[in-house]
Write a protein that binds this ligand. Structure first.
Ligand code: ZN
Ligand code: ZN
Length: 177
């Protein structure tokens, strides 16, 4: 969805959107985010503030992601509120007062006189992700020797943990954690 800013009325404009689960998915299977897991509700208020535009929004829904430790996919709830500042293309003078007072916000420069809502929402989804994605706090990850998912099975390597070589491995793993 594209919003053309020139056609926008003065006052704020509100969008209540629902992205269905097929909106985003089927992309790169190795990506950390595999797509939506159910509908995503997005509320946006677009307003003109001096020479720039501000998007105040919130999103909530579930996405399918890959666990950083065991590489299994799982459903992750996302909920976030955001404010994005859209500035005119850099060729035009940028209001320095605004740039200073709102530097902690994400500022994007508009390439054109339009906002691509889908792209904006996808970016905000990525920003809403935690640094580490874990299927659950106590995820045991993969065996460093055979690659077995230790949440599901105790592999043979663990049975042999008395062996000096495996003790060494355990040490390395503990240090890494
Ligand atoms: Zn996991
Ligand atoms: Zn193993």
């Amino acid at each position: 969805m594209i919003v053309r800013l020139k056609e926008m009325m003065p006052g704020p404009r509100r969008f209540d959107l629902r992205f269905e689960s097929n909106w985003w998915g089927g992309g790169d299977p190795n990506s950390q985010v595999l797509g939506l897991d159910g509908p995503l509700d997005v509320h946006l208020t677009l307003s003109k503030e001096g020479s720039h535009y501000a998007v105040d929004g919130s999103l909530s829904g579930r996405i399918r992601v890959r666990c950083d430790r065991c590489l299994e996919t799982y459903s992750h709830g996302v909920q976030s509120e955001f404010r994005v500042l859209l500035a005119p293309p850099p060729s035009e003078p940028v209001d320095s007062e605004i740039a200073l007072s709102e530097e902690d916000m994400s500022v994007e420069f508009l390439a054109d006189d339009e906002i691509e809502i889908d792209r904006l929402v996808r970016e905000q989804l990525y920003l809403a992700l935690p640094i580490k994605l874990l299927c659950h706090e106590a995820c045991r990850g993969l065996c460093p020797v055979c690659g077995a998912n230790l949440n599901r099975e105790a592999c043979k390597c663990q049975e042999k943990r008395g062996h000096p070589a495996f003790l060494k491995l355990k040490e390395v793993k503990l240090k890494r954690d």
